[in-house]
Design a protein around this ligand. Structure first.
Ligand SMILES: Cc1ncc(COP(=O)(O)OP(=O)(O)O)c(N)n1
Ligand SMILES: Cc1ncsc1CCOP(=O)(O)O
Ligand SMILES: [Mg+2]
Length: 203
């Protein structure tokens, strides 16, 4: 996965999410993940397909392998199907991301090698995912980025200042939900996140 802009949008099921994601993409996104824990496979495919056709950015599905097969890939966590199985099912071209809640996961080299990126999940606590694991903080970003053979994404509580901090600590990109989906101007927020990522890269 090539994180040129360093900004990745994870959606949530709010009104107008397709328009929000499309507007956000105009600000410079590398990747969009459609995440809706209440949606059926058919609904996920419909939302992801609409966003994909209008945004011009790769779109992956959260957790659902059947939905993922219809788009550009999947993001899975430790309680989901393993990345190796996703790779077998989706093929070499699919984008596969894996949540890291504990640095010991990097010992599982086979799983890590099946991934296009690892997500430090979460870096900071966030109400957007009430069941998240203990936050790993910037120390976690440093440790995981220091060992990962694939790009590292920081997720959880990302705002403009934290985006720069996470990248300065070694993340290749930041993933945000609420900072973008609840913004009055998603396009501007994504631009500002991209600028923050650039600042973080030269720190
Ligand atoms: C980019 C990114 N990072 C982490 C997560 C969390 O995945 P997971 O731990 O599987 O939790 P759910 O999203 O399934 O609730 C993510 N979705 N995306
Ligand atoms: C899906 C997910 N996985 C780890 S934290 C998180 C939610 C991040 O949401 P926000 O960007 O609003 O803090
Ligand atoms: Mg999951």
């Amino acid at each position: 996965m090539n994180f040129t802009h360093g900004v990745y949008l994870v959606t949530e099921p709010v009104d107008g999410i397709t328009d929000i994601a499309v507007a956000a993409s105009r600000g410079g996104l590398d990747l969009i993940q459609v995440r809706d824990k209440t949606a059926s496979t058919a609904q996920l495919v419909e939302i992801a397909g609409m966003i994909r056709s209008r945004a011009g950015v790769p779109v992956i599905a959260n957790d659902d392998l059947d939905a993922a097969a219809k788009v550009d890939g999947i993001h899975v966590g430790v309680t989901d199907i393993p990345p190796t199985r996703a790779r077998e099912a989706l093929g070499a071209e699919a984008i596969i991301g894996w949540s890291v809640n504990d640095i010991a996961q990097l010992d599982d080299v086979e799983q890590v090698r099946a991934c296009d990126y690892l997500a430090v999940s979460p870096v900071w606590a966030t109400p957007t995912k009430p069941d998240h694991e203990a936050p790993l903080g910037l120390e976690g970003v440093r440790a995981i980025a220091g060992r990962s053979p694939v790009p590292v994404v920081a997720i959880g509580g990302i705002d403009l200042e934290r985006a720069a901090e996470a990248v300065a600590a070694g993340a290749d990109a930041v993933a945000a939900v609420s900072a973008v989906t609840r913004a009055s101007d998603p396009h501007q927020v994504v631009r500002a996140l991209g600028a923050a990522v650039s600042r973080g890269r030269i720190r």
